[in-house]
Ligand binder design. Structure first.
Ligand code: HEM
Length: 226
């Protein structure tokens, strides 16, 4: 019988870990998008929400550290699986697979790497304020951090609109395969559920990308402003 360490070292154990951690990260992306959509209700709503999260520092830091740990596990496991697959696969099989696999599934390593790049950029930009020194870092009339002002400032600039737009395309490509693949792994190829799982990935990807793009475009087109 395989011991627990052996299970997690195995390809199936690795896929389980990659799927569970990936779905956890998708949960964050959906939660984050829903929170950010409050920008359409105005500055008080978005800043009030952001400051509400900050009013529970222990919970907030626990969630941040948890998210970081899940992300590190996800990246480490998926990189290990990708390297293992590459070593194990004969060239002819790769060529054959490519014909039937979707663009999203063939480019998971590339889209994952680019997504990581985008997230680091995003944190340095909107959370740390290091990318653009002119980004406002002030309090609003209620004494809350003006997250609304930061987002408006960011997406009035076509350069950041282009970067975030590209980030959303990469996110959509990654999610459309990742969500379906993860559900299939956890459902262990349930024939009856397979079609549902196949549609879930692209559906989640489209919803998340449209939600995020609506914020970027609404600011850029001047529909929301300070
Ligand atoms: C239009 C799209 C997005 C907008 C407007 C946006 C906005 C923001 C803002 C304003 C913050 C800083 C919040 C604060 O300081 O209180 C933030 C943090 C963050 N964002 Fe985004 N974001 C977007 C997309 C994304 C995506 C696609 C991801 C991940 C794939 C992501 C991951 C994060 C993370 C991990 C943080 C740090 C959270 C924390 O420190 O608690 N964001 N985002």
């Amino acid at each position: 019988m395989m011991n627990r360490g052996g299970y997690f070292q195995s390809a199936l154990g690795g896929r389980m870990v990659a799927s569970l951690t990936g779905l956890g990260l998708v949960g964050f992306v959906i939660f984050h998008m829903l929170g950010n959509l409050q920008i359409f209700e105005g500055g008080d709503a978005l800043n009030g929400y952001a400051s509400f999260l900050r009013e529970m520092p222990i919970l907030l830091w626990a969630a941040r550290l948890g998210l970081l740990a899940v992300a590190v596990f996800h990246i480490a496991t998926t990189v290990r699986l990708a390297l293992r697959n590459r070593r194990a696969r004969p060239v002819a099989y790769v060529v054959h697979q490519y014909r039937s696999a979707s663009l999203a599934s063939r480019t998971m390593a590339l889209s994952g790497g680019l997504l990581l790049f985008f997230i680091v950029f995003h944190l340095l930009h909107l959370t740390a304020g290091l990318v653009d020194p002119s980004i406002p870092n002030r309090l609003d009339a209620q004494g809350h951090l003006d997250v609304y002002g930061k987002v408006i400032h960011a997406f009035q600039n076509p350069l950041y609109v282009a970067v975030y737009f590209a980030g959303q395309l990469v996110l959509g490509l990654h999610l459309s395969h990742a969500v379906s693949g993860s559900l299939q792994t956890l459902g262990l190829e349930h024939a009856a559920l397979n079609r549902l799982f196949k549609t879930a990935g692209p559906a989640v990807a489209v919803l998340v990308v449209l939600g995020n793009l609506s914020i970027i475009l609404a600011v850029f087109l001047g529909l929301i402003h300070t």
